[in-house]
Design a protein around this ligand. Structure first.
Ligand SMILES: *Cc1c(COP(=O)(O)O)cnc(C)c1O
Length: 382
């Protein structure tokens, strides 16, 4: 039998583990930050009709530049963040924002180059970075999971990375960044600055989007996805807004016809029904704020969240709490700082099951304070 060790694999890929959030069949899946609300029957029908419409043309390649879809995405962003005045020339789309990030790394990273991020944050940033041959530099978030602007500027000045990642709201902590922090980093960075706003639509009313900073910052990229608030994780559609010159760069590395005709048709139909799809966002926000209050009332430490998940702790043995919940059919995520756990916000019924499960599984694992003093050993999250 041939094993991986027998193959002439790239040296820098040897010993790596593939990405692997558990995909278990459980009654309550609260582990990958999906939106719990499936499309309505009406939307299912519309999606089916949209696929029917393109089915007869599948002998042909799709629109390579997905122009109509990008126009729809620009219109959505203009509604989401009034005043940004985006057009298709400044919006690009790919198969999930992970592919968007990969294209950014291919165009602006590569061997001999570096990308810097502030951990704990999204585990795919270092993975996509390193798989592209780019060196990853891990800076740290503060104790409260924020990023002090002066410290961020100092890290950028020290390492002079080709790409800086800022995740806001951050995964797995839920922390949103003030615009001053993003502006300070953009002002200091010698290269590209990527603000990953995968959870942007969940942000609290007073939290601004980095889209408002695009004018005047030609090296700033804001990435978004239809996987989270838009309840379309299965569609695989991510996108970005940036200066048109950034799109010129990405055209050099993207695969031809990367977005299938089916993907484009489904995403456009979803965008046309955005009121329905985003209709659950307010309910999820309320559920999130309620859960934060409940957890704090129960004596847990909880990070403030602008996203559709909550990071809570602290547990001397978080694995045991995770397992106890799983035994009760509740799957959450063991991720981020070593003594914390992350739970995705689901339906009221799912959250009731989570609260019951946590209460029951708490025996002997009561949260302890103070929090771990080293936020720094933390690697990852998704
Ligand atoms: C979930 C997530 C993404 C994206 O995913 P796609 O499904 O590939 O669009 C990107 N960034 C962060 C921080 C995420 O949590």
């Amino acid at each position: 039998m041939t094993s991986l060790d027998d193959l002439p694999l790239r040296d820098d890929l040897r010993g790596r583990e593939p990405y692997g959030a558990p995909q278990l069949d459980v009654p309550y899946a609260l582990n990958t930050n999906e939106n719990p609300y499936p499309p309505s029957e009406r939307l299912v029908k519309a999606l089916g009709e949209a696929v029917m419409d393109v089915a007869g043309t599948l002998n042909r390649y799709p629109d390579r530049d997905a122009v109509a879809l990008r126009e729809d995405l620009a219109a959505f962003l203009n509604a989401d963040t009034p005043g940004v005045g985006l057009t298709a020339a400044r919006v690009w789309a790919a198969n999930g924002s992970n592919e968007i990030l990969q294209q950014i790394l291919l165009a602006f990273g590569g061997p001999g180059r570096t990308a810097l991020g502030f951990e704990p944050s999204y585990s795919m940033h270092p993975i996509i970075t390193e798989v592209s041959g780019t060196r990853w530099i891990a800076a740290r978030r503060d104790e409260d999971f924020g990023i002090d602007p002066a410290r961020a500027v100092a890290a950028v000045a020290e390492h002079r990375p080709d790409i800086v990642f800022l995740t806001s709201p951050n995964n797995p902590t839920g922390t949103a960044l003030p615009l001053e922090t993003i502006e300070a980093v953009a002002g200091a960075a010698p290269g590209m600055v990527v603000v990953d706003e995968a959870y942007g639509e969940f942000r609290r009313a007073e939290t601004p989007s980095a889209l408002t900073l695009l004018d005047g910052h030609p090296r700033l990229i804001v990435t978004r996805t239809m996987s989270k608030a838009f309840a379309m994780a299965g569609t695989r559609l991510g996108y970005l807004a940036a200066d048109p010159a950034v799109l010129d760069a990405l055209l050099l590395v993207r695969l031809p016809y990367h977005l299938s005709a089916v993907t484009q048709a489904v995403a456009r139909t979803a965008l046309a029904h955005r009121e329905e799809l985003l209709g659950g966002v307010n309910a999820l926000r309320r559920e999130r704020d309620g859960l934060v209050a409940w957890l704090r009332g129960a004596g847990f430490e909880v990070a403030d969240s602008d996203a559709n998940f909550v990071l809570f702790g602290t547990f001397p043995d978080r694995r045991r709490v995770w397992e106890n919940l799983l035994e009760r059919g509740v799957l959450i995520r063991e991720v981020g700082p070593p003594e914390w756990l992350r739970v995705t916000i689901g339906t009221p019924e799912e959250m009731a099951a989570f609260r019951t499960g946590l209460r029951q599984s708490r025996g002997g694992t009561a949260p302890h304070t103070p929090r771990p003093d080293s936020v720094g050993d933390i690697k990852e999250s998704q």
